[in-house]
Every structure is written in structure tokens, then in C-alpha cells.
Write a protein that binds this ligand. Structure first.
Ligand code: ATP
Ligand code: MG
Length: 566
């Protein structure tokens, strides 16, 4: 492609509203442009990289025996009513009406469509197992679309669905997909990790997320420093063995703590450690209020709350709720003498504190010498907190360390939730009708593209791995007014193309400095510069990744490039 004819609108300045590297570079290098919040166009370079990623995904999916297909983005509301997700999915589901006032959703995912499709076609065990997949645009009206392609409202996903006559068959497909995902992310060059994940509200059991390691990731991964254990921090159980304190229980007392609101402020004011305080948070779990107590140095893990109550929603109550129920603000809540309408649960760690401090349900006051069970009753002690770095690993081997990750994919044993709701049955060998068992497997294709940029860039721009780069070679003519240079560059362009090499040829009449800067920004792996020494038959080769430069005779440079590309 001649750059003079290409649509590659590069930007010199860092766009104001882009605060992570991948977003900035994809905009600056002319790979994407925003159309509306969380909605992007892929410009030609972005589209090419997307295609390269998709090709790798297709190869690995096809190798598992999965069949590619394409489903509609527009989905009738009735299907979502049947699975009760029309309401459950909440405001993230984009909804619309047609001219006949019939409701539709813009597909956020395709369990409903695919299950209702196979329901009519997959009627015998003989056709099982079957895996279908597509690469398609998804819509989710995210609360906070941000970070460019990482969290869009319209994004490209690869979604696959498998259908089985037994859980053993599902287990096999899951293993196969897990391996295919590992292959895909390895071939994409990503530094990634598969982690144990939360299966959420929609039935299902085993699930793993694939995380690209990155400081900008929204997820925290807890992994063992000595074994292969890795989990989303939401899912890591706390294995702490708390020991009973030998301290004698002192008489309960109430002290004035004017204007001391946070756990740290109260601890400093009263001169004790953070773990001596009892943190009391009011949650709304489905429709009920629950007071959750942890040690002051621990954080409540709302996913653990969700599992404990098998709830569909868990959220912090509002301060208004707290004031209504306790006549005190957030900073003064505590489990002593509180409304009997509110259940009190506590993390295991709370059981062993002695002579602790907690809010007195009266603004400006705290109780001291608080002893759980003596001074307040707890309905249930449970593991309710996030693990901390240095905690023992749940598999019994080593200590936990943390890393941040971007969720680029997820594999999921769905079970029969959707098949049951949609009445998707098959006839088994005995001719009996049975419910289909399903798995589903997603990859955020456009998010993965951004995750790759997060891992492959330097201060000058993107540094594409060769299997993904928009072009294999960037050919630059330094001075497009010099006929000898142009002649050599034109010749090289034709010769490279004749060898089947994908070349971006910067034949523009820009200054050399502009061309070099754009070239570094775009990040094509190999750069060939035709400059002053062209008249003597020499051109320069530079490797984007490590900056290595070498001079080559024009007659030899193609062989050299070919050797670099294998
Ligand atoms: P998240 O927790 O990040 O919102 P999710 O778990 O809801 O994602 P899935 O339903 O598992 O997402 O979708 C499959 C994949 O699609 C995810 O692993 C992720 O890579 C990608 N994805 C999900 N939401 C978005 C989004 N808003 N923008 C870009 N990619 C997304
Ligand atoms: Mg997910």
C-alpha cells in the first residue's frame, strides 16, 4: 500500500480524553476513531490488525472442531423473556422497538439466540457434541465506557457455544477450549494467565478467565508464589488460621471520638492498630439489609457475600438507609444495640479480636473493649474478606502475590440453565427426551487488540509482534523529490510485493523526521529506509523492536527481510 493513498490519520498530540497508553496510541497512530462514547470505527490499520487476531482465533477454534457461523445482532425480546434475562440483565442491555412496537435487544451475548436455534435442529444424541462459534459485534450499554477499546459499548467478540448429552462431554469440551484459548493468547504474544473466576448468577459452575497482565487491568489476580494456583481475587478464599487471643476481656466502654470517621482516623485517635477496629458496613443484599463486620485491616468481598446469600444483587446501602435504620452515619455504624431488623454477619477474623473498637451507632462515639459474642451476637461467621498479599495460597502451597489483569476471555460450564428455560431437548439413545447441557466461551477481540498494545509499546509508539502487525515491512523513501531514491524505493516496493510481502510504502512528500516519527508510532516490525546512499546501491534496515540498524545492498535486502520474517 502506498502511504500517499492510505487513510492513516496520525496525530502529533496526545488526545486529551485518552488516559491509557493503548487508547492514546491507537488514536494517535490512526488505528481507531471514536464515533460516540464507547463506540469506535476501526480505520484501515486497526482493521488489518483485527483481521490478523481473528485469523489466529479462527485457526485455533476450527482446530477444536468448532463450526463458524454468524448470528444476528438484533434479538427479539421474547427470547430474553423466556430466560428471564430481559429484566435480569439490567440497563446494560440495549433495547429498542421496531415500527410495529415490538421490542428487541441489541445482542450483548448470544445464549438465547443460539439455544433457540439449535433447539429446533439438534434433536438426537447422535449429533452431539456440537460447538458453534461466531466473531461478531456485541452491544452493552456499560455504565462507564472507558479506556478506548478496553471497555466499549460496541465491541467485537468471539463467542462459542457447545452442546452436550452429558457433563463428561462438557468437561472434555471445556478442556479443549481452555487449551485452544491458551494457544490463541500464546500465539498473540500475550503475557497472560488463566484464573479461577466467578460464575455469576446465571447457573453454571466451573469457569476460568484469561487475563492479560497489565497495570491498567481492572481485575486483580491472586496467585501463588510457588504453585500454579491463580484466581480472580474475588474468588480466592482466605485460608488464614486465626489464633485465639489470650488477652483478658475488659469492660465495654463508650468514648467520644469527635469527627473521627475512617477506620484509620479512629485507630490513630484512640492509639490502637487498624486491626483492633471492627469495620461495619451496611449492605443491601437483594431486598434485605445486612450488617457486615470485618477487622479494620480487611476489605469486604461482595462476591463472597453474593455467594453466601445466593443473591442476585449485592450493593452497599446508601448513607440515607444507614441513618434511617441506625440514626447514625456510615462512620459511626456498629453491631452493638442495633436494629433487630438487620442481620449481622462477620468475617472469621472478627471472632478472635479482643477488646476491639467499633462505632456506637451514635455520631461522634465509639465503643472500646468490644468483644464479639459477649457484646454482640452474630448470625453467622464466614469467609467474607478479600485475601491480602502474603496470605497463604488456597492450594496449600506458598503465599499469595497480586497482579493486575485485563479480562480478555472467559470459558464457562453453563450447564442446562438456558436449555431448560428455552425447552431445548434431545432424544437420548433410549429415545427419552433430555435437556441439553451447554458450555460457552468468549474472547473480547477488540479488547484483546488494546491489551496487546498495552504490552507492546515503547515511548515512541506501538511495537507490533510480526504475526499481528498491520504490515510486515514499512518502506520509507527519505526524499521523494530525489529521483534516484524514488527509483530504488519503487523497485523495492514492487520486488517485496512480488514475494508476497505486505508493505506499507511511505512515498509521501513529508520531511524525513515526520516519516520516521509516524513509522515508530505505527510500529511495523521492519523498516527499510531508502536515503542518500541509495545512489551507491545501499539501503538501511531497522528493527522496530530493538532499534537494531544494518545497512544492506539493495540486491541483498529482500533476502535479509525474508530471513527476518520467518
Ligand atoms: P467485564 O467483567 O470486563 O465487564 P464480562 O465478564 O461481562 O466482562 P463476558 O460476558 O465474559 O464479559 O464477555 C466475554 C469477553 O468479552 C470478556 O472476557 C471481555 O474480553 C469482552 N468484553 C466484555 N465486555 C466488554 C466491553 N464492554 N468492551 C470490550 N470487551 C468486552
Ligand atoms: Mg467475563
Amino acid at each position: 500500500m502506498r502511504q500517499s493513498q492510505a487513510f492513516i490519520p496520525t496525530l502529533k498530540e496526545v488526545p486529551a480524553d485518552a488516559d491509557i497508553v493503548s487508547h492514546q496510541l491507537l488514536l494517535r497512530a490512526g488505528f481507531i476513531r471514536q464515533t460516540a462514547s464507547g463506540i469506535y470505527s476501526f480505520l484501515p490499520l486497526g482493521k488489518k490488525v483485527l483481521q490478523h487476531i481473528e485469523a489466529i482465533i479462527r485457526e485455533e477454534m476450527d482446530a477444536t472442531g468448532a463450526n463458524e457461523m454468524l448470528m444476528p445482532a438484533l434479538q427479539p425480546a421474547e427470547l430474553w423473556h423466556q430466560t428471564e434475562r430481559w429484566d435480569a440483565f439490567g440497563p446494560e442491555l440495549m433495547r429498542m422497538k421496531d415500527r410495529h412496537d415490538r421490542s428487541f435487544a441489541l445482542g450483548a451475548t448470544h445464549e438465547e439466540v443460539i439455544t433457540s436455534l439449535v433447539k429446533d435442529e439438534l434433536n438426537s444424541y447422535k449429533k452431539l457434541p456440537l460447538t458453534l462459534y461466531q466473531i461478531q459485534t456485541k452491544y452493552r450499554d456499560e455504565k462507564r465506557p472507558r479506556f478506548g477499546l478496553l471497555r466499549g459499548r460496541e465491541f467485537v467478540m468471539k463467542d462459542a457455544y457447545s452442546f452436550h448429552d452429558s457433563y463428561e462431554s462438557l468437561d472434555q469440551a471445556y478442556e479443549l477450549m481452555y487449551q485452544a484459548y491458551s494457544n490463541i493468547f500464546s500465539r498473540l504474544g500475550l503475557n497472560f494467565r488463566a484464573v479461577i473466576a466467578d460464575s455469576g448468577a446465571m447457573g453454571g459452575k466451573d469457569t476460568h478467565e484469561f487475563m492479560a497482565l497489565s497495570e491498567v487491568g481492572e481485575d486483580v489476580i491472586a496467585f501463588s508464589d510457588t504453585s500454579s494456583y491463580a484466581a480472580n481475587i474475588e474468588m480466592a478464599p482466605s485460608m488464614d488460621q486465626y489464633t485465639e487471643s489470650q488477652e483478658t476481656m475488659l469492660p465495654l466502654d463508650k468514648l467520644a471520638t469527635p469527627n473521627q470517621k475512617t477506620m484509620q482516623e479512629v485507630a490513630d485517635f484512640l492509639g490502637h492498630s487498624l486491626e483492633q477496629g471492627l469495620k461495619t458496613l451496611l449492605f443491601k443484599i437483594d431486598q434485605s439489609f445486612v450488617l457486615v463486620v470485618t477487622r479494620g485491616d480487611h476489605e469486604v468481598n461482595d462476591i463472597k457475600l453474593k455467594h453466601l446469600y445466593q443473591a442476585s444483587t449485592v450493593e452497599l446501602a446508601t448513607e440515607e438507609d444507614a441513618t434511617n435504620l441506625f440514626h447514625a452515619g456510615f462512620g459511626s455504624l456498629g453491631p452493638i444495640h442495633c436494629s433487630s431488623d438487620v442481620e449481622i454477619i462477620a468475617d472469621y477474623g472478627v471472632r478472635y479480636v479482643r477488646n476491639a473498637t467499633c462505632g456506637a451507632n451514635e455520631d461522634g462515639y465509639h465503643y472500646v473493649n468490644v468483644n464479639p459474642e459477649r457484646d454482640f451476637k452474630v448470625t453467622q461467621f464466614a469467609d467474607l474478606r478479600f485475601v491480602k498479599e502474603g496470605d497463604p495460597s488456597p492450594d496449600g502451597s506458598g503465599k499469595l502475590q497480586f497482579a493486575r489483569g485485563i479480562e480478555i476471555g472467559q470459558v464457562f460450564k453453563l450447564g442446562s440453565f438456558y436449555a431448560e428455560k428455552l425447552g431445548a431437548n434431545f432424544l437420548n439413545e433410549q429415545g427419552k427426551a433430555k435437556t441439553l447441557i451447554m458450555g460457552c466461551y468468549g474472547i473480547g477481540v477488540s479488547r484483546t487488540l488494546a491489551a496487546i498494545v498495552e504490552q507492546y509499546h515503547d515511548e515512541k509508539g506501538m511495537v507490533w509482534p510480526k504475526q499481528l502487525a498491520p504490515f510486515q515491512v514499512h518502506l520509507l523513501v527519505m526524499n521523494s523529490k530525489k529521483e534516484d531514491q524514488v527509483e530504488v524505493a519503487d523497485h523495492l516496493y514492487q520486488a517485496l510485493r512480488a514475494k508476497g510481502i505486505d508493505v506499507l510504502y511511505d512515498d509521501r512528500s513529508e520531511r524525513a523526521g515526520v516519516k520516521f516519527a509516524d513509522s515508530d508510532l505505527i510500529g511495523i516490525p521492519i523498516r527499510i529506509t531508502v536515503g542518500k546512499r541509495a545512489s551507491e546501491g545501499y539501503v538501511e534496515c531497522k528493527i522496530r523492536e530493538n532499534g537494531e540498524q544494518s545497512e544492506h545492498q539493495q540486491s541483498e535486502v529482500i533476502d535479509h527481510i525474508q530471513s527476518l520474517l520467518v
